[in-house]
Design a protein. Structure first.
Length: 186
C-alpha cells in the first residue's frame, strides 16, 4: 500500500519527535545502588577528598601514578580510582560527571573506575549535601577467584601433569575388576 507523499512525511515527523539523543537517555545511578558487578555507570558526584598519590610498578611496562578519591552524593560515598591524566582533572569539592564507568573489587572492596571507554568531566551542576554516613567501599564483598593458565578452575587439589600410563579417563575397557568393589572411582 502506498501513501501520498504528504502523509509519509507527516508519519516520519511524528516518529522523529519520539526519538531521544544518547545524552537524554543516560540515567544517573545513585552511589548506594552500586554493586560489585555494576557496568556502564553514569553518575554525578562531588569529590569529598583526594588520597595521596601512589606509584604502581607493574610486572611489565612503565610505572603509573594513582590517586584514590572519595566521591559522594546524597545517598553515600565510594572510592574513585584516578589514573595518570585524570588526577589533574579533579580537585576537592569539584562536582564531576562520570559516564560509562565500571565497578571493580580491590581486595574485596568496591572501587569505581572510569576506564578507557569512560569519561570524567567537571560539571557546573550544584550537588547538595553529601551523605558521608554510608560508605559503599567500606563493605567487604566476596571476591571471585581469578585463574591463570596454570590453575584449574575445577578445584582439583592435585596438579594436572602428564605421566605415561596414568590416564584415568580412558573408558575403553572395563576396569571394575582392577580394584576392590567398595572403592568407586567414576
Amino acid at each position: 500500500m502506498f501513501f501520498r507523499p504528504a502523509l509519509r512525511l507527516k508519519a516520519f515527523v511524528r516518529t522523529n519527535d519520539n526519538v531521544r539523543t544518547m545524552e537524554e537517555q543516560k540515567v544517573n545511578t545513585k552511589i548506594k545502588d552500586l554493586t560489585p558487578t555494576s557496568k556502564q555507570v553514569n553518575l554525578l558526584a562531588k569529590v569529598v577528598a583526594l588520597g595521596e598519590q601512589k606509584e604502581i610498578t607493574p610486572r611489565y611496562g612503565t610505572p603509573r601514578r594513582l590517586v584514590e578519591a572519595t566521591i559522594g552524593d546524597e545517598t553515600g560515598t565510594v572510592i574513585l580510582t584516578l589514573w595518570e591524566d585524570q588526577i589533574s582533572q579533579v580537585a576537592a569539592e569539584d562536582v564531576v560527571q562520570i559516564d560509562n564507568g565500571f565497578v571493580s573489587l580491590v581486595r574485596g572492596h568496591v572501587r569505581l573506575n572510569v576506564g578507557k571507554y569512560g569519561t570524567l568531566a567537571k560539571s557546573e551542576q550544584d550537588l547538595g549535601e553529601v551523605n558521608t554516613s554510608v560508605d559503599v567501599s567500606a563493605q567487604e564483598h566476596a571476591q571471585e577467584r581469578r585463574f591463570n593458565r596454570f590453575d584449574s578452575p575445577r578445584g582439583d587439589s592435585q596438579p594436572r601433569g602428564f605421566a605415561f600410563g596414568t590416564d584415568d579417563r580412558d573408558f575403553s575397557r572395563d576396569r571394575s575388576k582392577d580394584r576392590s568393589r567398595d572403592r568407586r572411582r567414576y
